[in-house]
Design a binder for this molecule. Sequence first.
Ligand code: HEM
Length: 463
Amino acid sequence: MTLEQRITNMLKVLATDDIVRLLQDTSSPVLIIIILWSILLATLAAVFFARRSKITPPPWPVVAGARPFIGNSLESIESLGAQLDIWAKMYDNEKGIFEFQLFGTRFIVPCRAETLELIMNERPFQIQRNSKLNDAIASVGGDGLFSAEGETWKSDRRLVAPALNRKNVEDYLSMINMVTGRLVEKWESETVQGGRHVVVNRDVLSMTMDIISLVAFGKDMDFLRAQGSVPVGPDLLKLMNITMMRSLSPFPYWNIPWIGQYLDGAGWPKHRLLRYFSSLVKQHESLAEEASAAASKDNHKSRTFLSKVIALRRRGNTTMSHDRLVGNLFTLFAAGSETTHVTICSCLWEIATDTTGLQDELASEAQRMKNMEKASVEELLNGFPRIRSLMYEILRIKGPTPFLGFQCKDEFSICGTKLPPSTKLMVPTRYISMQSGQTPSGPLNASASEFCARRYLLIDRGE
Ligand code: HEM
């Protein structure tokens, strides 16, 4: 007898009359609750198996061992990237696609460059970001460019992108220099004063948040020297972890009236951050009013991201609402701080554990730059090929985004199989870049699966 038949029989046995009699016979509320839960679970399982039996088996491998409701096992939400790599190694065959289940959702994984191309060619119209991730980001307050699609994305991008173009980034360099200078001073004084170690992770995260605060809204938070006293950093990190958890939840429990936002602890940090970002937007708006009343063209704040966006808005280039501007500020903070932090920490780890003289090479390259403080964006981008090569390699296989989540908008055909609208896709970018043929081997002829800090040095220019 199949499992589905057994469940159907069980439901028949528990016919309504029997349930009523059972409930009348028993005086224990615990037993009643157990019976009700069993009925609910049996019904859900019956529906689940009935639905699954209608789906014809896919022409590609399916990760084994999926359990009802939970799907395939995962050690923790944070380990999803590592787990994807393991599954990709196990299930990658000539199809270049496999699938797995997580909390009732089916995920299709294109794990070869050829299948990835089929997906990326359809961005951003047919293939869009995972709507569950978008909803989760919006639910914690980050309703901005990162989680937008279609017309909203276009209109947000018109506003946000110019403020991050090369000419405007030039304006941010002095702020970046100031904060990195503080980090160097701090680490120098800690080591000169006899300490043999510095806590890299905490300081680098403080540095990235200090830079974004200055660049985004001209506020010198100085997390680097006043650690722990400002709640923005821990609040943001907490919300980012909760976002990942929410994006995998089978239903949006955070929409339950009154208590939903607090069930996973997101409620208070979200309110604190939104209040904070909202007050910053208001401050900048009134500064812009005053500046225009005084016909003053430039002041200190006009060089920040927020003031550039507000200026664009005042010129009528966009009609972005106050709430959306707050969401975009939040987005910038969340998208920029943790990603850069992980990238820099991974670079420092590689430099510290390297045994091939990498640290000396990077130091002498940095010393060759005569006047770092006055260097232009162009000089900074092209003047450090060795540092750039290290960063590219870190981003390739040790970076903060080892996979990307998408979904198809309408029905989508891949490898001769039709995927229904809204099917979720997970792209293991790290795994794909580690396949041979996807990555230059560089002057040391490194294989794609190994880490090589010099991979992106150009051989013919002798860099
Ligand atoms: C090493 C650092 C970074 C990495 C690895 C990284 C990675 C990414 C990735 C993978 C995406 C999604 C692309 C997609 O879904 O198609 C993205 C989008 C985005 N990132 Fe970053 N990012 C980094 C730094 C930053 C910084 C510093 C900022 C701003 C201060 C930023 C702001 C954004 C924004 C606004 C988007 C949405 C862009 C759009 O949809 O048009 N990121 N980033």
